[in-house]
Design a protein around this ligand. Sequence first.
Ligand code: ATP
Ligand code: LTN
Length: 331
Amino acid sequence: MNRDMKTVFSGVQPSGNLTIGNYLGAIRNFATFPEDYKRFYCVVDLHAITVRQVPAELRRRTYETLALYIACGLDPEKNTLFVQSQVPAHAELAWMLNCYTMFGELSRMTQFKDKSAKHADNINAGLFTYPTLMAADILLYQTDIVPVGIDQKQHLELTRDIAARFNSVYGDTFTMPEPYIPETGMKIMSLAEPTQKMSKSDPNPNAVIRILDTPEEIMKKCKRAVTDSETEVRYGEGKDGINNLMSIYRCFTGKTFEEIEREFAGRGYGDFKTAVGEAIVEGLRPVQSEFAKLMADKAYLEEVMKKGAADAAYFARRTMSKVRRKLGFIG
Ligand code: ATP
Ligand code: LTN
């Protein structure tokens, strides 16, 4: 690979039906990198099993997540699209990096604390070491740029700390990755509890708009979204619900907050919610129709996975042989 060529890596877990948070905070941005960047987009199924999954659903969602990548504009001829568990080097490097990650560091991860609280009956070691697997994903490809939502910033910082620690012991081995977190869409909030992140595993159906929701579902959920007791569409403190709807509307229409305030001056929340719903429906329409076509052709998706895994494995092998040599492993 040309060393001047930048490498981009990101991943999404097939742990639920993807939301507009996943779309606006992550996947939509994946397609914005120049064609001369080397781009890896992974369906991180090994991460998904840190919480209990139903095997048949995990399998279906793995296909779906890959199909959504393509439907959101990632051409498999120009991007390496693959499934994490099909490239065993991820698990192998993760083990090695575990030995260069401190217990205290992992204990401070807010995602671990949140997920442990949510899954108190299953606080497994994988949930705890989740960030070292994520570091392995990124470092395996000598990644420069990682597009993610703001909730992943802490994991990126840990990845950089692990890379720096390894490099300081063994000499330059891993490229230092940078997060790419555009301000628009970096944190879409729940429609039911707008102080909480919109999360695909939220059990409350009204809290979450999914990329594959029907227009009727989207309109209904927007109308039910929690707001406040005022009537003015204005971005401000204490208006988490309206702020969130304004952010979503901005992402889908490209309008600024000032333009949105002017557009809805003197009109109530009802009008605004309808407009937000319509903007989402229109924005998702092309993605949904492309997705339906792709899901009808499993053989094509399998071909994409296979080709993606082979390409990823080629680049992963290069890093692994360097790491193995530095650690003192034979062969
Ligand atoms: P889960 O509920 O299973 O933890 P999740 O919805 O948080 O899942 P992930 O698979 O963990 O989704 O995240 C995939 C990508 O989507 C990450 O880059 C993450 O930062 C981004 N993302 C997730 N939720 C949001 C959100 N509400 N706003 C913006 N970006 C988000
Ligand atoms: N932890 C991420 C998903 C993820 C990821 C990655 C993102 C796993 N490996 C590598 C970027 C780069 C999350 O969104 N919860």
